[in-house]
Write a protein that binds this ligand. Structure first.
Ligand code: PLP
Length: 333
């Protein structure tokens, strides 16, 4: 099967812009840095999940589902974008949200949670850490809907079908690089569930590019588990598409040095990175994923990981609504 033949339901706006961050490069005295604006993909404030769930919803629709059940943290972008997609497609979004980052039930609606509620998701809050297994709660709520005559599609984890979203993005980047007259040496992005990194690697390998894909862990799971998940997702995607390419463990580059306090914890470095990008380039990052990934990129520049004449593309994977739930970290007037 060819990539274009894998069924998907178009939900996003592409190509997302690719543009240079000259002021950041100058401030860092580093390589040329470009940003791929996947914060502008659409689906209720955009983000990387748009590309991924276009495939997942095609699968859900093909299964005849009218309810989609997903789980994540209380400030989940995954949950918010799934909710928006479900609404567009006339399905009921049901969210099992772990209190994770904040450790307590929210006292007010804010950030992603506000948007979930605004869009009419059925939100069930579970007091549990981000890594907690909530499959029992998911099955229970699915049974509840099934008993009322619905057909639920339950997302127990990230299915490999979603990987094709970022394989497509790698092709989109190649076209844009051609137009801009650049050769992309590195792609750097936030990595958590692994589908984004798996997809980018797949797309890079399918095009036989030398571009290296660097994932900066957002600390939702230990590095070895993340690497295993990326491998599992790639293998799963190969099975669907019916061919294989040589992707070795060395190809899966993940840095977990920038986890800084753990998942959803905004360290001083991340907060100052968010300020730096806002002040130099007018680009807004989020505290859970892109702030961490950009801090990783900046530190790698400082350590000389990239050559001065190389081109680095940072993928802005979105996550912006969560910024508002973290407002207290930025002081007050
Ligand atoms: C804003 C943002 N960036 C990056 C990621 C990581 O993507 P993936 O789960 O595909 O590794 C996520 C995942 O939740 C996200 O919400």
């Amino acid at each position: 099967m060819r990539l274009e033949e894998v069924p998907k339901i178009p939900l996003g706006f592409y190509p997302t812009p690719l543009h240079e961050l000259p002021r950041l490069s100058k401030t860092l005295d580093g390589p040329r840095i470009f940003i791929k604006r996947d914060d502008l993909t659409g689906l209720a404030f955009g983000g990387n999940k748009t590309r991924i769930i276009e495939y997942i919803f095609a699968d859900a629709k093909a299964a005849g589902a009218d309810v989609v059940v997903a789980s994540c943290g209380i400030q989940s972008n995954w949950a918010r974008q799934i909710t928006a997609a479900a609404k567009i497609l006339g399905m009921k979004p049901v969210l099992i949200l772990r209190t994770a980052q904040f450790g307590e039930e929210p006292r007010e609606y804010d950030g992603n949670l506000l948007l979930d509620v605004l869009m009419g998701a059925d939100v069930r809050v579970v007091k549990a850490p981000i890594t907690a297994d909530v499959s029992r709660e998911m099955s229970e709520v699915a049974n509840e809907y099934a008993a009322k005559g619905h057909k639920p599609y339950v997302l127990y984890g990230e299915p490999p079908i979603g990987v094709f979203g970022y394989a497509n993005c790698a092709y989109e980047l190649t076209q844009q690089a051609k137009t801009l007259g650049i050769k992309i040496d590195y792609i750097v992005h936030a990595s958590s569930g692994g589908a984004t990194q798996a997809g980018l690697l797949l797309g890079v390998k399918m095009q036989r590019l030398e571009t290296r894909v660097v994932g900066i862990s957002a600390a939702s799971r230990p590095k070895n588990i993340l690497v295993q998940d990326i491998k599992r997702l790639i293998d799963g995607a190969f099975k669907i598409i019916g061919f294989d390419l040589d992707i070795s463990s060395e190809d899966i580059v993940v840095f977990d040095e920038y986890e800084l306090g753990g998942y959803g914890i905004p360290s001083m470095e991340v907060l100052s990175t968010i300020r730096l990008l806002a002040e130099t380039e007018g680009i807004i990052l989020d505290p859970v994923y892109t702030g961490k990934a950009m801090w990783g990129l900046i530190d790698l520049v400082k350590k000389g990981y990239f050559d001065r004449d190389e081109v680095v593309v940072f993928i802005h994977t979105g996550g912006l609504p969560a910024l508002f739930a973290y407002r207290k970290y930025f002081g007050s007037p």
